[in-house]
Structures are given as structure tokens and as C-alpha cells.
Design a protein around this ligand. Structure first.
Ligand code: NAP
Length: 260
């Protein structure tokens, strides 16, 4: 691995992204941190520089806007990048007939459109470079057939897993060393719940544990990464039961999240 090369993290101001920033700085990578809350990013950059002596660039961007995603890419284009953590995202919960369309479209723009744009750009960039690691942050939600009462979020994350698996397959067929994978965690204790206005039905794991596992599996080039045995079972068990039953169980979990 080339420690002179950068690691880029979207959604680095909080939760899983912030934890990735800490872990990759500890491994010696100079960083590019992207999110909307610039002050938080700048404080994090100062902290990581003081602790690990790594350069940290900050880019303030609202990734729901196509032009902002392009602007980020413009600012990255002269850097040598080895790792890209495509992590920025949010959730929205409630009955589909009642959830606000504008918030859902904002979510689709960040969780799908922006992630797709960065994926396209970085796969092209890494192919040209000969190697690199692109980790798309999906969710265990994306490995289940549907998520009533969080319908749009589950659909976004299904897009992420499907897209990632397909690209990983294409890269493998062409014998490429480029890694593209998908992190699919269950509940993780971050700001996610506050933003989505939900409470977990199941106990969350720490972002530290999630990210440490994700990094190890990324280095082993595992395409779909599901932290914890409990979540592995939760996404595997639906193979044994009728799809309708899985959707009913998921609906029950989601209802508990919004009614607590
Ligand atoms: N927490 C969980 O239980 C869980 C489970 C499975 C998957 N995930 C996924 O993990 C990823 C990270 O979520 P998290 O749990 O760490 O939540 P979080 O603590 O709320 O962090 C979300 C990050 O995304 C950034 N972000 C959101 N909207 C953005 C926008 N329009 N432009 C730029 N950045 C934006 C936020 O930064 P700013 O607000 O500063 O812009 C923040 O840094 C998401 O993709 C989420 O779907 C989370």
C-alpha cells in the first residue's frame, strides 16, 4: 500500500465516516474529508494532524447537488488517491404515503445519485491507476427484499448493493486489481437515528467496531461486508423462509423504530 496516496471519505463529519477518518489517519494516510459541516471537518482535520501528523484537506459540499459532486471531483483530480469511502448518506422513516417527497428525493440524491457519480468516477480513475479501493457504504437493509415504513431507504441501499456487486464482477472478469466493495452494517450508533427520526429496534454496535471490521475485510477484498454474526444471520436467514414472511418481520422491526 502506498501511504503517500490519499484516502477520501464522504460524510466524514460524523459516525461511520468520522471513524474511517480516524482509522485511516492512524494508518498514515493523508486524507480528504467531505461533508456539509465544515467547522466539524476542520476541527477533525486539526485533531488528526496533531495526533498522526497526516495532511487533511477539507471540502465543504452538499452532495445532494450534482454540481457539488462534480466540484469535489475537480478538487480531487490532481491527487493520487488509493482509498475512497463513499459513505455520505441518510435515512427517512414512516409510511410511504405520508413521508415528505422533498426529503425523500434529497435522500435519493445523496444515497444513490451522488454515490453512483463517485462510483463511476472512481472506478474509471482506479482502472487507469491500476489499483485502488472503493468502498460503498450500503446497509444490511440493501440485502433484504423490502423495508416497509422505511421503503425509500431500503430501496436506495438495495441499489447500492446491486450496483457494487455488478461492478465487482465486471472488474474480476477483466482481471483488474481494483477493489469495489459494499459495507452492509446493521444498526450502528451514530447520528443516523436523529436524522432519520427513528430509534433502533435492535441494539447498535459502535462505529469503531463497524469500521475496524470493514477495513480488515476491505483489505481482504471481500465484496459484501456484513459486520457481526447476528447481522450475517439476519441477512442470510431469509433464504430459508418465504419472502412475504421476511417482509412482514422487517415491517415489524421498522414499526418499532418509529413508534418508540
Ligand atoms: N448508523 C446506522 O445504523 C447505519 C446502518 C447501515 C448503514 N448506514 C449508512 O452509513 C452511512 C453513514 O451514516 P452514519 O450512520 O455514520 O450516519 P451519520 O452519523 O448521520 O453520518 C452521516 C454523514 O453523511 C453526511 N451527509 C449527509 N447528507 C449529506 C449531504 N447532503 N452532503 C454531504 N454530506 C452529507 C453527514 O455530514 P453533514 O451533515 O456534515 O453534511 C455525515 O457526515 C450512511 O450511508 C448510512 O446509510 C448507517
Amino acid at each position: 500500500m502506498n501511504k503517500e496516496a490519499y484516502a477520501v471519505i464522504t460524510g466524514a463529519s460524523s459516525g461511520i465516516g468520522k471513524q474511517f477518518a480516524g482509522l485511516l489517519a492512524a494508518k498514515g494516510y493523508p486524507l480528504v474529508l467531505i461533508a456539509r459541516r465544515e467547522q466539524i471537518l476542520s476541527r477533525l482535520a486539526d485533531f488528526l494532524y496533531a495526533k498522526y501528523n497526516v495532511k487533511c484537506k477539507v471540502i465543504r459540499a452538499d452532495l445532494s447537488q450534482e454540481a457539488e459532486v462534480e466540484r469535489c471531483f475537480e478538487q480531487l483530480k490532481d491527487l493520487d488517491i488509493e482509498i475512497f469511502i463513499n459513505n455520505a448518506g441518510l435515512g427517512e422513516a414512516g409510511s410511504f404515503a405520508e413521508t415528505p417527497l422533498d426529503k425523500e428525493l434529497f435522500m435519493v440524491d445523496v444515497n444513490v445519485r451522488c454515490l453512483h457519480m463517485f462510483t463511476k468516477r472512481m472506478v474509471q480513475y482506479f482502472r487507469e491507476r491500476g489499483e485502488g479501493y472503493l468502498l460503498n457504504v450500503g446497509s444490511s437493509a440493501g440485502l433484504l427484499p423490502a423495508g416497509p415504513y422505511m421503503a425509500g431507504y431500503y430501496a436506495c441501499k438495495a441499489y447500492v448493493t446491486s450496483l457494487t456487486r455488478a461492478i465487482a464482477w465486471e472488474l474480476k472478469e477483466e482481471g483488474s486489481s481494483v477493489y469495489v466493495g459494499c459495507l452492509c452494517p446493521g444498526p450502528v450508533d451514530t447520528e443516523f437515528n436523529k436524522v432519520a427520526n427513528v430509534k433502533f429496534a435492535l441494539k447498535g454496535i459502535s462505529a469503531k467496531r463497524c469500521v475496524a471490521y470493514a477495513y480488515r475485510q476491505m483489505m481482504k477484498k471481500q465484496t459484501v461486508i456484513v459486520p457481526t454474526l447476528r447481522m450475517k444471520l439476519a441477512v442470510w436467514a431469509p433464504r430459508l423462509i418465504p419472502e412475504k414472511r421476511t417482509i412482514a418481520i422487517t415491517a415489524g422491526q421498522q414499526k418499532r423504530k418509529i413508534s418508540q
